[in-house]
Design a protein around this ligand. Structure first.
Ligand code: ADP
Length: 273
């Protein structure tokens, strides 16, 4: 990360009113795990409220892109901003340096992520799974956290399961708890990473329905990493096709699904027909 020390500080836009400030901005982002370069230079902007679906073959770096936004992986090169603030870096004495823990912690709260395998706390009730972060991270009182949590669990249709434990829930219910747990922090951006891939087919619909409702509320930017092509087509404003660590093609759902330009995307989509 020392590569960033002394890097040029980006200058403010001379005419900031001319464009809407993006909610998310990846600039020249690369990521390597040892010798394996997983991302080879990603430039991506997401506007406030924009729903972006990320599709592409397994191993093309989609999850890694999402995990970076959630600060679970650090970029090897490049910068990521959320709502105009650098996620992994900060400015110190006019220089771009690696973010300290305090800055990272603050920025981490602006992004929520839901994972393929739920990642619920197995020893905690549904209610406690959802109140834990608001209490520990946001410092809310038990009453405030529970009020927020119950309201959010109502939104995902689980306010009658507050005292249950994850082991006694179906996969679809577990995933809805995980969604409530992320939303209760009131993030600016949500990342949904293959959230239906581990579910039995009959449970996929209830989870997609919850995501559809959140999307329809409109104001939150959403990154939806998915193999559910019909769903991506239905709710995304823009679809990104990634392969081999690069964004190969992007456009509206109609452009990507009905008129794919690159052979790579055409071949990829064949598998879903
Ligand atoms: P996708 O979501 O498109 O399937 P991923 O971002 O999960 O792709 O993974 C891209 C590549 O990076 C894969 O080859 C994967 O094995 C590798 N990878 C991901 N995370 C790690 C890690 N922590 N350590 C080593 N390799 C990793």
């Amino acid at each position: 990360m020392d590569a960033f020390a002394g890097a040029e500080v980006p200058q403010p836009d001379p005419n900031p009113a001319a464009e809407v400030k993006p909610m998310v901005r990846y600039k020249g982002v690369t990521k390597s795990f040892g010798d394996l370069q997983v991302l080879k230079g990603i430039d991506l902007e997401m506007q406030p409220g924009e729903k972006v679906a990320v599709i592409g073959p397994s191993g093309s770096g989609k999850t890694t892109m999402g995990r970076m936004l959630m600060t679970l992986e650090e970029p090897t090169e490049g910068t990521i901003e959320v709502d105009g603030e650098l996620l992994w870096h900060m400015q110190e004495k006019g220089r771009l340096v690696r973010a300290n823990e305090k800055h990272l912690h603050r920025m981490r709260c602006s992004v929520g992520m839901v994972f393929q395998h739920f990642n619920l706390f197995p020893h905690m009730s549904v209610l406690r799974n959802v109140t834990e972060a608001p209490r520990k991270v946001l410092g809310l009182s038990k009453e405030e956290a529970e009020e927020r949590a119950v309201s959010m669990l109502g939104k995902v249709g689980l306010d009658d399961k507050l005292k249950m434990y994850p082991a006694n829930l179906s996969g679809g219910q577990k995933q809805r708890v995980a969604i409530a747990r992320a939303l209760v922090m009131r993030p600016k951006v949500m990342v949904f990473d293959e959230v239906t891939s581990a579910l039995d087919p009959e449970l996929v619909g209830e989870v997609l329905e919850v995501i559809r409702e959140i999307a329809e509320e409109g104001d939150m930017a959403m990154m939806l990493i998915t193999h559910e092509m019909d769903f991506a087509k239905e709710i995304a404003d823009r679809v990104i096709f990634g392969a081999d660590g690069l964004i190969v093609e992007q456009g509206t759902p109609e452009e990507i699904f009905d008129n794919p330009r690159s052979e790579r995307l055409q071949n990829f989509l064949q598998r879903f027909r």
